[in-house]
Design a protein around this ligand. Structure first.
Ligand SMILES: [Zn+2]
Length: 274
């Protein structure tokens, strides 16, 4: 039984205090601390000036390659700048191995979320709010939201979210597309023909990236957008959706490919050197 948001007495915090780990350059905080949905936020501070990059895994609980990768990435220390990693954004759903649960709501349809004082919110509306707050606090310039689809985009028999495997998409600002294409070009040179990543902004069949209301409760009044709309709420943020295909591709490989994309992005953004 999952607790509903309305059963939490007082408003939770977006993110709790920081706890230093190891050499103190890595900090751990909790998003929505003290609630059933609290989840670790790992902050890796190089100590050198540079960009902030946020990485989300486990936004959907039936996409295990995303959090398997993010849990590895959470321990990477950048050479410059800062990474902010939330490996299991919807942690209850990851334990249930379900995309989400009706009482939680779909995090990736809820941005910019609902303020924590809003007691009628779905818990994942609070999480969306917390992610926006963290992105603003760290002045995140690039957000990599790791997901999995079923089919591979290049093998699709129809358009739809079931065939987004091996795609990378950036948000509405297509002037940023070359920046993302540099990342996919780097990764594509390292992987097999079937694994090749498609930059959806370069594909005329781009679809399903705009505002959607929560599918399980069409009467819900507030709706929201996916992470690809986060640039509307965090100045300077470029959102990127990374999808790996589950069909005929083991979880371990999906995790490796997610890690390759993130590593390549961190190199192109100047956080990783050498
Ligand atoms: Zn997903």
């Amino acid at each position: 039984m999952v607790t509903s948001a309305s059963s939490v007495a007082s408003p939770p915090q977006a993110a709790g205090p920081a706890r230093a780990i190891g050499d103190r350059r890595q900090l751990e905080r909790l998003a929505l601390p003290g609630t059933p949905w609290e989840t670790p936020v790992l902050i890796n501070r190089s100590g050198e000036p540079g960009p902030s990059v946020m990485i989300l895994g486990g936004v959907h609980g039936n996409e295990p390659g995303s959090w398997a990768a993010a849990e590895v990435i959470a321990d990477w220390m950048p050479d410059r700048g800062v990474t902010v990693v939330i490996p299991r954004a919807n942690i209850v759903a990851t334990h249930a191995l379900e995309r989400t649960l009706p009482e939680l709501g779909d995090l990736n349809r809820f941005y910019p979320g609902e303020p924590l004082e809003s007691t009628e919110a779905f818990p994942m509306q609070w999480m969306a709010y917390s992610i926006v707050e963290l992105a603003r606090e760290f002045e995140v310039g690039l957000l990599l939201d790791l997901h999995e689809s079923w089919g591979f985009f290049n093998e699709r028999t129809e358009n739809g979210t079931a065939f987004l495997g091996q795609t990378v998409t950036n948000g509405a600002d297509v002037s940023e597309t070359p920046r993302i294409e540099a990342v996919t070009d780097t990764v594509n040179a390292l992987i097999s023909d079937r694994e090749q990543l498609v930059l959806r902004d370069r594909d005329r069949n781009r679809f399903a990236t705009v505002t959607q209301r929560p599918p399980f409760d069409p009467s819900w009044p507030t709706g929201g957008t996916s992470s690809l709309g986060l640039d509307q709420f965090v100045p300077g943020l470029v959102p990127v959706l990374v999808e790996m295909g589950q069909q005929g591709q083991p979880e371990a490989r999906r995790s490796e490919l997610h890690q390759l994309v993130v590593e390549s992005a961190l190199r192109h953004e100047g956080l990783l050197i050498a």
